[in-house]
Every structure is written in C-alpha cells, then in structure tokens.
Design a protein around this ligand. Structure first.
Ligand code: NAD
Ligand code: GLY
Length: 366
C-alpha cells in the first residue's frame, strides 16, 4: 500500500499528513508514534460510525490503548455549544490526563468540534484527525482551525490548535454521497483559483475522473491541496496574512449559508463553489469568458451556478445578503474583506469593495 507523507510545519509544531488508499485497514501500522498516553477517545457521527468506527477502534486496541468513543448526530447542528458541553462531560468522565488522545473520525463537523474540545479540555490534549469527507481531506483537517457555532454565527467560538497527525484514507470517499463529494470539490476549485493555474486547468479537464471517483485522481488532487495548504499554514498559521487567501469565496458563502439558517439546503462546500464564481465576478481582471468556463464545469458535474438553483422558493434579497457579509468575522471596522483574483491562480486581499458592488453581484447571481 502506497502512503504519501507530507509535513505541516508551524512555529510551535510539526506533524504529518499521511495520504493513502485503504489506510484504515492497517491503521495500527501508523498510529503508535502519535499516541503517547494509555487512553484514546474517538469522536464520530452516526453515519460514519457503522462504516469505519470498528476498524479505527480495532487499530488503537491493537496498539495496546484503552479505547472509548462517542457517536454524535451527523450534521452541522453538532457543532453547537450543547453538543460541545455534552461531549466534554463524556470525555472528562473517563478521567483524561494530558496524554489522552482525542481522535476525530468523520467530516469537518466532527473535526472542528473534536479539535476545539482537544484545545481546551484539561487545558489541551493531543488530537488526531481521520477525515472521511473530501472537504475534510483537502481543507478542514489540516491547519488547526477548530470551532463550534453559536447564535451570533458560524465558527465564532474556536481556536488555532494543530493535530498531532492526520490520516487520510481515500477509500472512505467511496461511501460519501455524491452531493458531499461535490461540496468538497468546491474547496478544491478554490485552491486552483487562488494559487495554481495549472492545477485549475487540470481540474476543468478531468470532470469524468471526479464523477467516477477515480482513486488515483482523488489521491492526486488531495495531495496537491494538502501541499498548498501546508505551505500557506507554515507561512501564516494564525491568518495574519497569506492564510486569508484560503477564504476565497467564503464571505459570499457565509452570507448564503446564514440566509438559509444552516439547515442543509446548501452545504458549506456548495456555498464556497458558488462564492468562488461570485469572487471571480468581483475581480476586474477576470473575463466573463473565464466565468462561463467555470459555470460550464459546474454544470457538467452538478454544482449550482445560481442562487435560485439552490432553492427557487427563497427570496434571494441582495440587500439582506450583503448585510450578512458585514456580520462576517472577517469584516473589520465596518469594512468588508474580500479575496479577489488578479488572474486565475493568483489571489489578493481587498478591503475597499463598496456595498453597492456586493449587492450587484448578489443580484446578478439571484
Ligand atoms: P460533515 O462533517 O457534516 O460531513 C458531511 C456528511 O457526510 C455528514 O452527514 C457525515 O456523516 C457524512 N460522512 C462523512 N464521511 C462519510 C463517508 N466517508 N461516507 C459516508 N458519509 C460520510 O461536513 P463536511 O463537509 O465534511 O465539513 C463541513 C464543516 O467543516 C463545516 O462546519 C465547516 O465550517 C467546516 N470547515 C472547517 C474548516 C477548517 O479549516 N477547520 C475548513 C472548511 C470547512
Ligand atoms: N479553511 C480556511 C483555513 O483553514 O484557513
């Protein structure tokens, strides 16, 4: 079995991302060095548990660990204060010490929640990411952003806290619903647009490989995204500069998600995919022809190109959507922050976009 290892190097820590196929069948070969204590607590959700929990439990038991687990409801609502509190009580009940390792087995929801718990319980315990969605494999499991949601908004309570290791089994993507795969692909497109034109062109040419879930193709794009993210995080772990580029499309996306109350009508990655189109429209140097090319690609694979394609019964009020942009945590002193494209493959931060321009974009995509 071929496993590729990449290293994420930040000022305070260094950890491996291991990417391979069928890794979960032999996980015990890889985990021992990243798990110093006796106790391991696996956090997963109700969809992932019947698929992969046994294999992961078995691997940790084989290395001599005492293994506990918690199975939470699947979906964004699990990134809540209430779920965080309940999970914390469960973990504290096993009397963890500072070497007790938390393991996040699942998508970005489980990864963000578990990472946040790891960062605060007994003032910090190690945690391992085992991402099982494309979104989590290309983005959320790498780089140490952890968070839960609250009434004031999404991801507003969180920390920067790096995992000790990330294990990615591309075979887990076989069971992922196509809609979730495509949502994760929204983040993949983002990487091409913001930093690598050749990668972007490759993505546009290979829709069939994506739709057929060709494993070597998926491995290749996951490796590429992880490498790009690792480089950015190494340079700017706490988002003081370059890391903000990873938010391409996100100010639009967060407004769309907020408008739909995070109720599943749109997935985060779908919103990012649409947000990337909007960011292209906001960028003076990007031609309408380029935008149409990406729309055609979305059409080919089944990602939405317009807000009405998400829900035609919703009033897509551009003023209201723009107001949500101003509530984003990236809005500083009443000024919006947008990531714009200088060209395909090169992004920059702008704080000078006027409200009227944003409203116009939302109207255009309604
Ligand atoms: P998710 O965790 O809700 O997973 C999506 C769905 O797929 C869930 O129903 C889950 O049970 C199911 N699932 C997971 N793996 C599966 C598998 N292998 N087979 C079948 N079903 C499977 O969603 P997500 O898209 O992975 O993550 C979205 C979250 O990630 C959002 O909360 C977002 O804010 C967060 N996020 C965080 C970062 C970060 O840097 N920390 C980056 C991007 C997104
Ligand atoms: N997903 C954006 C980041 O990790 O910074």
């Amino acid at each position: 079995m071929h496993v590729e290892t990449q290293i994420v190097q930040t000022q305070a820590s260094s950890y491996p991302i291991m990417i391979g196929e069928a890794m979960l069948d032999h996980l015990e070969e890889w985990i021992a060095p990243y798990c110093a204590g006796q106790k391991v607590f696996i956090v997963t959700d109700e969809t992932v548990a019947p698929l992969y929990l046994n294999a992961v439990q078995h691997a940790f038991k084989k290395t001599g660990k005492v293994v506990y687990h918690s199975i939470l409801p699947a979906g964004e609502a699990t990134k809540s204060f209430a779920a965080f509190q309940a999970l914390s009580e469960e973990i504290l009940a096993i009397l963890p010490d500072r070497k007790t390792t938390l393991v996040a087995l699942g998508g970005g929801v489980i990864g963000d929640l578990t990472g946040f718990a790891a960062s605060v319980l007994v003032r910090g315990v190690p945690f391992i990411q085992i991402p099982t969605t494309l979104l989590a494999q290309v983005d959320s499991s790498v780089g140490g952003k952890t968070a839960i949601n609250c009434d004031a908004g999404k991801n507003l309570i969180g920390s920067f806290y790096q995992p000790v290791a990330v294990f990615m089994d591309v075979a887990t993507l076989e069971t992922l619903p196509m809609r979730e795969l495509l949502a994760g692909y929204g983040e993949v497109i983002k990487y091409g647009l913001l930093g690598d034109v050749a990668f972007y062109e490759k993505l546009l040419e290979n829709a069939p490989c994506l739709l057929q879930r060709d494993k070597s193709y998926l491995c290749e794009i996951i490796r590429h995204c992880c490498q790009m993210k690792a480089e950015i995080v190494a340079e700017d772990e706490k988002e003081q500069g370059k890391r903000a580029l990873l938010n391409l499309g996100h100010t639009f996306a967060h407004a769309i998600e907020k408008h739909l109350h995070y109720d599943g009508r749109i997935l985060h990655g779908e919103a990012v995919a649409l947000g990337c189109l909007m960011a292209m429209s906001l960028s003076e140097n990007i031609s309408q022809g380029e935008i149409e090319r990406l729309k055609a690609h979305y059409g080919e694979i089944g990602l939405p190109c317009q807000l009405s394609e998400i829900d035609a019964t919703v009033t897509w009020n551009a003023k209201m959507l723009t107001n949500y942009c101003y509530q984003d945590k990236k809005a500083l002193d009443g000024k919006l922050t947008f990531i714009m494209l200088k060209e395909i493959g090169e992004a920059t931060v702008s704080n000078s976009i006027q409200r009227g321009v944003v409203e116009k974009i939302f109207t255009q995509y309604a």
